[in-house]
Design a binder for this molecule. Structure first.
Ligand SMILES: Cc1cc2nc3c(=O)[nH]c(=O)nc-3n(C[C@H](O)[C@H](O)[C@H](O)COP(=O)(O)OP(=O)(O)OC[C@H]3O[C@@H](n4cnc5c(N)ncnc54)[C@H](O)[C@@H]3O)c2cc1C
Length: 371
């Protein structure tokens, strides 16, 4: 603790989702001790990262390609249980097993320049002064909700994916779902079985991807997002470049007309939406499945943003400040990407702490016996 009451340590990890827990695991493997050398801070009430907030009808069996955290498999989970419960339970066991001691609920309000070359992390439980920061705050805390003329006049219900309660509440309603991503299609396919009518509205023509999702294709898609991030542009979701996979459920929904898409409406009225070509749709609900943006506002005092609006990141390191690493950001915004990014960030952080500039190999320090 310094004279200003700031706790000085080697590293702070913000966020205990897949990316933050992977980073914490690798920090331990590199010989850093939780609460002595680093802390993990999270503003959510419990374990599970953003998964703990996902809607009950997103069962574990419906999640595609969830990768286990490093060092501990997720086995025997009931596919019919909500993924929010399954993954929260798994993360809780993981934190316990590796003694990661996540501090929660702790809100990180801002990260700014500290003293003596350290950063200052301002939180709801006081200040931390780390030499390195691993930011793993995901996107869930920052839903993207576009504005359209007349939106405030709508007399029905408007909600974002972040508050989606499952399909039953829409029984007998006329529902407009806005957004061409995976969440939008999943909401539609569920709601169509309950609602009086559904309408799908997207800005761009959705791209459906037939055929198997090969590793090669996945790599190419990740490389596209990676390039945007390296160029300092805001990252796009990996799904936005892979297209929508055509599963059996998607095929059935397309045959039933549930995924017939309308272009973006021009205005919202008190009772629905209208298009300039004279089309109108009467609706009780507008569900905005319009995605999320990286939750990085707390990093604003560090001025990491490029003129293109994004933070330039190489591997996981912010180009404008080598002490800051972003994991689960852009190309690593998937469970497998988050795993790898945690390891890469720790390799760089341990290099920085050892004064070697983060060259590969720095994490090849003997792991403590408990990890
Ligand atoms: C609906 C949905 C389905 C998905 N399905 C899949 C899938 O099937 N397979 C797959 O690989 N990926 C999937 N993904 C993506 C995947 O969930 C994430 O990319 C991955 O889990 C990495 O998470 P994360 O750790 O980056 O973020 P999160 O899980 O969002 O964790 C971020 C953590 O940071 C904390 N936090 C945020 N801001 C602050 C702050 N200011 N102060 C303190 N704490 C803070 C949050 O409380 C949270 O716990 C899906 C995403 C969504 C939205």
């Amino acid at each position: 603790m310094n004279i200003l009451g700031v706790r000085e340590l080697d590293a702070v990890v913000i966020g205990a989702g897949q990316a933050g827990l992977s980073a914490a695991y690798h920090l331990r493997r590199a010989g850093l001790e939780p609460d002595r050398d680093f802390v993990v801070l999270d503003h959510a009430p419990g374990p599970g990262g953003a998964w703990q907030f996902r809607w009950p009808s997103l069962t574990y069996g419906r999640v595609h390609g969830m990768h286990a955290l490093p060092g501990m498999e997720l086995t025997g989970a009931d596919p019919d249980r909500p993924s929010s419960e399954v993954i929260a339970g798994y993360f809780a066991a993981y934190e316990e097993r590796f003694g990661l001691r996540v501090h929660r609920p702790v809100e990180v309000r801002a990260v700014r320049e500290g003293s003596g070359g350290r950063l200052l992390v301002e939180t709801s439980e006081g200040g931390y002064g780390p030499r390195a920061l691993i930011n793993a705050t995901g996107t869930w805390a920052r839903p993207f909700w576009p504005r359209y003329p007349g939106q405030e006049t709508f007399r029905g219900r408007q909600l974002h994916t972040v508050r989606y309660p499952g399909p039953e509440e829409f029984a007998g309603r006329r529902v407009i779902v806005v957004g061409g991503g995976a969440s939008g299609t999943q909401h539609l396919m569920e709601i169509a079985d309950h609602a009086a009518a559904t309408f799908w509205v997207t800005r761009r023509e959705p791209v459906f991807r037939e055929g198997p999702f090969t590793e090669e294709w996945g790599r190419a898609a990740v490389a596209l997002v990676e390039r945007r991030v390296r160029d300092g542009l805001p990252p796009r979701s990996v799904v936005s470049v892979t297209g929508l996979p055509v599963t059996d459920a998607v095929r059935r929904a397309r045959e039933r007309g549930v995924l017939d898409r309308l272009p973006m409406f021009d205005r919202i009225t008190p009772t629905g939406a209208v298009w300039d070509d004279g089309r109108t749709v009467e609706a009780d609900v507008i569900l905005w499945a319009t995605g999320f943006r990286p939750a990085v506002e707390h990093l604003a005092p560090l001025r990491l943003r490029e003129p293109g609006g994004g933070i330039r990141v190489e591997d996981t390191r912010a180009v404008r400040d080598g002490r800051v690493h972003l994991v689960g950001y852009g190309p690593s915004a998937s469970t497998i990407g988050a795993n790898r990014a945690g390891r890469t960030a720790v390799r760089s952080v341990t290099g920085l702490l050892a004064g070697t500039g983060g060259r590969p190999g720095a994490d090849e320090v003997a792991a403590p016996a408990s990890v």
